[in-house]
Ligand binder design. Structure first.
Ligand code: NCD
Length: 305
């Protein structure tokens, strides 16, 4: 593996290998001293051209837990504001001496362009509404921990799928690992062309709900136009929000996931977000382990973790 840009080209063996490594990283992170020397001497650059809380902190923590050095770049405080191009920016960072670049960018395909320009592995940390492969890994890890397998697990992905890079990454990873995936959204928030996706689709949340093992909620991506195709967020909640009332109708052992940031009172009610069957914080914790696994494999760490 040279880069991690999309989940679409990851087969079951490859995904399983990354998840198995991530399981080992979970154990490492539970030790008293949650740090291994595996990537000592390596430098990871985290380059965020779009806002982020958990993804950026998670990559920083993952790199440091494997003893790599981290260089952080945030677009708003960079020479991009003076007009420097993306290409000059990444070549400058490469010239400073880095071994891997983590790139988040608002434009679809930007990490692929960066991968053409630089000589180091590139990890896509989210490009536009396109892909977010490490999110799919951490979600698969969380579901595999909970259910033991994804084989046959019925997962409903609910909300603004059209503008979601998380959905685009997750459907392929979940389906490749054997899950049965249903996209649940108003027709205006379903992707324009999804006939190639390994999923079922419906706009009837209430009908679909009772058959699900896991409900994966998505934020309405207002910054990408998601809110404009719906009369109001209140109306969205009434039909597609996981309200306290709907939550009661889930199977007793069904779980709830959300990639964050959650908008409480829109796609998820506060009591649902805080329920023990919400795996949201487990997802965040697992994000560090999943990203450690990716860094480990891309940087060829050989030592025991
Ligand atoms: C998501 C993202 O940025 O794609 N968040 C994340 O990385 N955990 C989802 C979102 O912004 O709604």
């Amino acid at each position: 593996m040279n880069h991690l840009l999309t989940t679409q080209d990851l087969d079951r063996d490859h995904l399983t290998m990354l998840l198995d490594t991530a399981d080992g990283m979970v154990s490492l992170l539970e030790r008293d001293i949650a740090k291994a020397p595996t990537l000592r001497g390596k430098t990871v650059a985290t380059m965020f051209f779009e806002p982020s809380t958990r993804t950026k902190l998670s990559f920083d923590k993952a790199a440091k837990a494997l003893s790599a050095d981290v260089m952080s770049f945030t677009a708003s405080s960079s020479s991009l504001t003076k007009g420097e191009s993306l290409k000059d920016t990444v070549l400058t960072v490469q010239a400073l001496g880095v071994d891997l670049m983590v790139v988040r960018h608002g434009a679809t395909g930007a990490p692929w362009r960066v991968a053409e320009w630089v000589d180091v592995p590139v990890v896509n940390a989210g490009d536009g509404a396109h892909q977010h492969p490490t999110q799919a890994l951490l979600d698969s890890l969380t579901l595999r921990q909970h259910f033991g397998t994804l084989d046959g697990v019925k997962i409903g992905i609910v909300g603004d799928i059209r503008h979601s890079r998380v959905a685009r990454s997750n459907v392929f990873a979940f389906a490749t690992l054997g899950a049965d995936v249903t996209l649940i959204a108003p027709p205006t928030l379903l992707p324009v062309a999804n006939s190639e996706w390994p999923v079922h689709t419906t706009s009837e949340l209430d009908d679909a709900l009772t058959g699900l093992d896991a409900v994966y909620l998505l934020r309405v991506q207002s910054e990408r136009g998601g809110a404009s195709v719906f009369p109001s967020l209140g109306e969205y909640r009434a039909r597609f929000g996981l309200t306290a009332e709907r939550f009661k109708r889930l199977k007793p052992d069904a779980v709830v996931l959300h990639p964050g940031p959650m908008i409480r009172g829109v796609e998820i009610d506060a009591v649902v977000a805080d329920d023990p069957r919400s795996l949201v914080l487990e997802q965040v914790t697992n994000g560090v382990a999943a990203r450690m696994a990716v860094l480990y494999h891309l940087l060829g760490g050989e030592a025991d973790v």
